[in-house]
Design a protein around this ligand. Structure first.
Ligand SMILES: Nc1nc2c(ncn2[C@@H]2O[C@H](COP(=O)(O)OP(=O)(O)OP(=O)(O)O)[C@@H](O)[C@H]2O)c(=O)[nH]1
Ligand SMILES: [Mg+2]
Length: 238
């Protein structure tokens, strides 16, 4: 089974090298056959150039250089297409590059996939999951961002804005990725909704989300309104 881990990056120079070496050692330790696909939006801090160098020493590393910052959703889509078409991966994971998502949890996702799930979500909101070091306003926004998709769209999973995920190839192949209109967090809600509607089996594995130590957040306040807009667009389309 071939895995591809997509790491979208925008100004992650302080994290990327450590992240690639953590991932590489998790793969070695657990005998996982995996690629790392960095999707960089021409980061002004030179993340992309650094990965070009790291790639020379580590053959599992691939990079997609995008021309400009276009948001997380667009970055995921290009990483997914590359993983399916160029790498012929069987499993496609997405995760953040800032260590909010612990690379050591990757084997848990694969275990769930082997139990028969088509999509596995790294969930903060099931038993054993949680957030660490988050200010109260982030907790409230995140809880709302997960409760509302359940209420408005009938999503059954408990963490629908998590970016720590593992998709079976057939799930992504069944979706017209270019038809997904939303970007950012709402991309995650929209793709979950499409996958649930197609009747795929969605599972969850607990994660503890840690706040980033290095670098800055890229998620803007506009994101909240975008997510609300997406929820109502999807709700009233059907
Ligand atoms: N390629 C690309 N990557 C992005 C973009 N926006 C964010 N990212 C990356 O996506 C991941 C998640 O973004 P973060 O800024 O950490 O968002 P967050 O985790 O909600 O915010 P923090 O808690 O502050 O870290 C990180 O690896 C970012 O570098 C983008 O527009 N393009
Ligand atoms: Mg983050």
């Amino acid at each position: 089974m071939k895995l591809s881990v997509i790491l979208p990056t925008y100004n992650e120079r302080e994290n990327i090298e450590r992240m690639i070496s953590s991932l590489t050692s998790v793969f070695q330790k657990n005998k996982i056959n995996s690629f790392i696909v960095v999707v960089d939006d021409n980061s002004p801090d030179g993340t992309g150039k650094l990965v070009d160098e790291l790639k020379k020493k580590n053959k599992i590393v691939h990079i997609i250089h995008r021309v400009k910052k276009e948001g997380l959703g667009k970055a995921y889509i290009s990483g997914m297409k590359y993983s399916l078409n160029d790498l012929n991966a069987d499993l496609i994971m997405t995760m953040d590059c800032d260590f909010s998502h612990d690379p050591n949890l990757i084997p848990n996702f694969i275990k769930k996939i082997n139990e028969g799930y088509d999509l596995v979500l790294g969930s903060r909101y099931i038993s054993g999951g949680g957030v660490h070091n988050w200010p109260i306003y982030r907790r409230i926004i995140s809880l709302g961002g997960n409760f509302l998709p359940r209420l408005i769209l009938g999503l059954k999973s408990h963490d629908n804005t998590t970016g720590f995920r593992c998709y079976k190839k057939k799930v992504l192949e069944s979706i017209n990725l270019d038809s997904i209109k939303s970007n950012g967090y709402s991309f995650l809600v929209e793709i979950s909704y499409l996958i649930q509607k197609k009747g795929f089996k969605i599972g969850e594995t607990p994660i503890i989300f840690k706040d980033r130590e290095f670098g800055e957040t890229k998620i803007s306040k506009k994101e909240i309104f975008r997510t609300l807009k997406t929820l109502f667009r999807l709700r009233f389309k059907n």
